[in-house]
Design a protein around this ligand. Structure first.
Ligand code: C2E
Ligand code: MG
Ligand code: MG
Ligand code: MG
Length: 286
């Protein structure tokens, strides 16, 4: 009844939270096994330059197929792996594997050192021991050029470890790697960090791209980000482009690069080779 305390709905919420905690501990343990047993794989999503219509690179995205549970979303397991530190091992694997895949893909389609691989890194990676040495070693062993590697980081890293991040990103940049801010606009830091850190690419978060057509403010926001990036001589990639209308809008505002289901979904290496072999330069207008 209404006098009981805690109210039943509060108890329910409590139980749900406990179940979540139990589930994340399970996932944390199982992720370790996944790493050891090769349950992880990578999908690659093409990044397209609208001015020339060609594929300039790919983003490597981690996939986990659990033997019993099947597909587990990176949105679920990545934050858990970041918390318990297993992401460090997973990221090293992802960097090496995606760079080797890029070399194999280039060999199969007859491209040489023309495309890049963009790999996601978390603040846990940047706080890990000898992170930069590992990066250098993995890249040189995989035989891609450092200029073919782009690090995707979030604003969170820049806020959490400003000095550490600045020094490390500068080393990466000096070695030739590109540095992209992922999900740009969703963080809550000040814009001054665009001057402070050596950033060359902004990835406009897909939530803004999604809202652009129905919401004038989102449209203006995307325009402002594109303008800001261009003024600072950065490259802009719009994420999550799902329709030709969105692509045209972005092209009209001067956004040079896009990524999204309208162009291609993330796919395994063998499909990338097929995709590139059949690829016709994108034309958004007749
Ligand atoms: P992200 O780095 O922002 O990656 C883009 C996400 O948007 C990917 O989700 C991709 O599949 C999805 N996407 C691409 N185009 C479209 C589209 O047109 N529409 C929609 N609705 N979605 C689109 P995914 O693969 O589920 O990854 C989610 C997030 O998990 C990533 O967001 C990234 O933050 C993280 N993640 C994935 N792989 C890795 C990894 O290897 N390392 C780390 N640290 N994080 C990763
Ligand atoms: Mg990303
Ligand atoms: Mg993103
Ligand atoms: Mg994201």
């Amino acid at each position: 009844d209404s006098d009981s305390f805690p109210p039943p709905e509060m108890l329910e919420q409590d139980l749900a939270e406990k179940a979540d905690v139990v589930e994340s501990i399970k996932i944390a343990n199982e992720f370790q096994t996944a790493l050891e047993n090769g349950e992880l794989s990578l999908h690659y999503q093409p990044i397209i330059d609208l001015t020339r219509g060609n594929v300039v690179g790919f983003e490597a995205l981690m996939r986990w197929i659990h033997p019993e549970k099947g597909f587990i979303s990176p949105g679920v397991f990545i934050p858990i792996a970041e918390k318990n530190g297993l992401i460090v091992q997973a990221s090293r694997w992802a960097l090496g594997e995606s760079c080797r895949a890029l070399r194999r893909i280039e060999a199969r389609v007859g491209a040489d050192r023309e495309m890049y691989m963009s790999v996601n890194f978390s603040s846990t990676d940047f706080a890990s021991e000898n992170f930069i040495d590992h990066l250098y070693n993995i890249i040189s062993e995989s035989d891609v050029l450092p200029t073919q590697v782009r690090l995707e980081i979030t604003e969170r890293l820049l806020i959490q470890q400003p000095d550490n991040a600045k020094a490390m990103l500068q080393m990466c940049k000096d070695a030739g790697m590109g540095i992209a801010i992922d999900d740009f606009g969703t963080g809550y830091s000040s814009l001054s960090y665009l001057y402070y850190f050596p950033i060359d690419t902004l990835k406009v978060d897909q939530s803004f791209v999604r809202a652009m057509q129905r919401d004038e403010k989102s449209l203006e926001l995307v325009k402002s980000i594109v303008g800001l990036g261009k003024n600072m001589k950065m490259s802009i990639i719009a994420e999550g482009v799902e329709t030709v209308e969105e692509a045209r809008l972005l092209q009209d505002m001067g956004c040079d690069k896009v990524q999204g289901y309208y162009f291609a979904k993330p796919m395994p290496e063998k499909d990338v080779i097929e995709f590139l072999r059949n690829y016709q330069p994108i034309k958004l207008r007749a």
